[in-house]
Design a protein. Structure first.
Length: 650
């Protein structure tokens, strides 16, 4: 097991004249975690940001808004020189801003035109079936014009019975009506129209026949749409042309912003500054050398002893190999270890894939999920996704190993077995199940291990795995307590739990007649001794938690329970799929296609469940049962002042 990197607390003191050089050096070395200064009665105050901070901030906001508008995301880096980016920054930024502003303004105006044309079309559409020039709807002194729609059917006789001085245009399908009638008869006609549910419509101000107007508007609409698409294409070309510049500028401005605003985090007086922070002990000399070189030795740097009461505030940096590093994602989901704790990343590199493999244990599903993980890892270059896929690959390697032990492939047995119902054939000819020895409750332990035929034995094995896992946690807790509080506390707080378990095992063995009845009394004495030690070490709270130990052990029964659920789902899918083929030989072609669909869909769903169920339960056994025995967490992340460059270099 590793521990977090050893840290050294360092204080940098100097005259304000070398503050910028000191900040530049610390930023470039990217190894110094700066502690924010809190004003007190010492006389030191938080300083103001550098003069360029406001200008840099404005440019950064502008470049990010442009990047967001253009939809520019991280891409394969094209590395540019920082000086070159800074020289071209103002010119290119203004040029890009003007070009985008002009094009977006033009697009906005064209979109307003589109909305206006859409409104014109909505006005014209009700009159399309009448197709009468809109000039005919107005300008009369002795006529009244009714234009709109009715709910009920309109019969011409309903108008002619009132007056013969009218002209009616009516479409029975759309219920659109245009009626010209003498003003003297308008009121009576209006009463008839009201009875039919008449709704008056606005008559467009322009003249022209509706069908011709609509055709003209649609042509203009298509032309405006083409202009908009053309402008959007020009914006896309700007994106392609300036993407590398925008990404590089964002990086350069982010760096300059960090540097310019650092005085807001450090202690300063009228003439001096103090920067307080942390660096890995192995890098302390490098930090000293870089700062001295940048300031010509004018800065004073000293290391401070870490007091016991300050240990919880020390920032934590992992100290793991590349193989173990992906498990740090699992740790961060829970909590980073404290500076004084053992980092269990190496332990869960073994225990989490082990438990996952014990649960899944199927070669077919492991190959499917392993192939999926490798594909995603190749396509997605995000560091967090890469780590998660590496964890999944570790788990699937374990699942393949246990799949061989269990002899399972997509729910099919690999080896033939003899049962009370006869011989069950396996996928591999000639490989037969071997009976090894007796298990629990009269079950026979076999190879390959048929989980569904030896459930009680597998439950017992799962609990044994749980005991080893829990006691590994107690050993790690023993190491933590011994280092921080001494061996006596470690024996009483953590060793007592192991002695209690030993007492229970000895007493149970004696009770079952293993080793003689005297062993039962020896176990009882050891058990009482362990409880007394626990009461001394953890007080009454520890004694109250004794029953939880049995609950923790029983929790590991989920290993066989969740594993069996996957087997039964796979077996059910196989039975349904192959049952469809053999059920009706007259429609073998259709049945085969349906069976393939059921087979792929069922195993596809079970593959998804094979990530979620075994993964969550394996994770729970780490977080709840395992970590509960030794791990506190709550460490602060080591966050050095600096920037990991991708698109620029000095």
């Amino acid at each position: 097991m590793s521990r977090p990197k050893r840290m050294t607390r360092a204080v940098i003191v100097g005259h304000k004249s070398i503050l910028k050089e000191t900040i530049d050096a610390l930023h470039d070395v990217n190894l110094f975690h700066i502690e924010d200064f809190v004003e007190d009665e010492s006389g030191f105050k938080i300083s103001k940001p550098f003069k360029n901070a406001e200008e840099v901030s404005k440019k950064l906001v502008k470049i990010r808004s442009i990047a967001n508008y253009l939809g520019i995301e991280s891409k394969k880096p094209v590395v540019q020189k920082t000086d070159s980016v800074l020289r071209e920054l103002d010119t290119k930024l203004n040029e890009l801003d003007r070009a985008i502003s002009a094009k977006t303004e033009a697009i906005s105006q064209l979109e307003i035109e589109l909305k206006d044309m859409e409104a014109q079309k909505r006005e014209i559409m009700p009159y399309l079936s009448i197709n009468l020039d809109f000039e005919y709807y107005r300008g009369y002194e002795s006529l009244r014009v009714f234009a709109g729609t009715v709910k009920s059917s309109l019969e011409e006789s309903q108008i002619s019975s009132i007056t013969r001085a009218y002209e009616l245009y009516y479409d029975p399908q759309s219920k659109a009506v245009v009626l010209f009638v003498a003003k003297n008869d308008a009121d009576k006609v209006y009463e008839v129209l009201q009875g039919l549910g008449f709704k008056e419509l606005r008559v467009p101000e322009r003249g022209g026949v509706p069908s011709e107007l609509l055709r003209f508007i649609e042509q203009k609409e298509a032309e405006v749409t083409r202009k908009i698409e053309s402008l959007k294409g020009e914006i896309e070309s700007l994106k392609a042309k300036y993407a590398d510049f925008i990404l590089a500028s964002d990086e350069v401005l982010s760096i300059e912003s960090q540097k310019a605003e650092l005085p807001l985090r450090i202690a300063t007086s009228e003439n001096a500054f103090i920067i307080d922070g942390w660096t890995p002990s192995e890098d302390y000399d490098k930090v000293v050398s870089v700062v001295n070189s940048a300031t010509n030795g004018k800065a004073y740097i000293t290391s401070l002893e870490i007091r016991h009461e300050d240990e919880d505030s020390v920032p934590v940096e992992y100290n793991n190999s590349k193989i173990v590093a992906p498990m740090q994602e699992v740790m961060d989901l829970y909590s980073r270890p404290k500076y004084t704790e053992i980092d269990p990343s190496s332990a869960i590199l073994i225990t989490m894939p082990l438990i996952y493999g014990l649960i899944l244990g199927d070669i077919g599903y492991a190959m499917i999920l392993g192939g999926l993980a490798l594909t995603i890892k190749k396509l997605v270059k995000s560091d967090s996704v890469q780590s998660l896929m590496n964890i999944l690959i570790y788990c699937e390697i374990s699942a393949i190993f246990f799949g061989i032990l269990y002899g399972e492939f997509l729910g099919f047995p690999l080896a033939s077995s003899h049962t009370e119902h006869g011989v069950v054939p396996g996928l591999i000819p000639g490989w037969e199940t071997i009976n090894l020895f007796g298990g629990i409750g009269g079950e026979v332990f076999t190879f390959p291990i048929h989980r569904s035929h030896m459930i009680m034995t597998m439950i017992g094995l799962s609990m044994i795995v749980g005991l080893f896992h829990l006691n590994l946690g107690y050993l790690l807790g023993f190491s933590n307590v011994a280092r921080n509080h001494g061996m006596k506390h470690a024996i009483l707080e953590k060793g007592s739990w192991m002695i209690i378990q030993l007492g229970v095992i000895l007493a149970a063995a004696g009770y079952l007649g293993i080793g003689g009845s005297a062993l039962m009394y020896v176990g009882a004495i050891v058990l009482v001794l362990g409880i007394v030690m626990l009461a001394i070490g953890e007080g009454i709270a520890g004694v109250v938690e004794l029953p939880s130990l049995m609950g923790n052990v029983l929790s590991y029964a989920r290993i066989i329970a969740v594993g069996l659920s996957s087997i039964y789902i796979a077996g059910t899918v196989n039975d349904i799929a192959f049952g469809m083929i053999w059920a009706d030989h007259s429609q073998i072609g259709f049945a085969a296609i349906a069976a393939i669909c059921v087979f792929m869909l069922g195993h596809g769903l079970n593959s998804v469940l094979s990530i979620i169920a075994p993964g969550l339960h394996a994770l729970r056994l780490q977080y709840v049962e395992f970590f509960g025995k030794f791990y506190q967490g709550g460490g602060r992340k080591f966050n050095p002042f600096g920037y990991i460059r991708k698109y620029t270099e000095e």
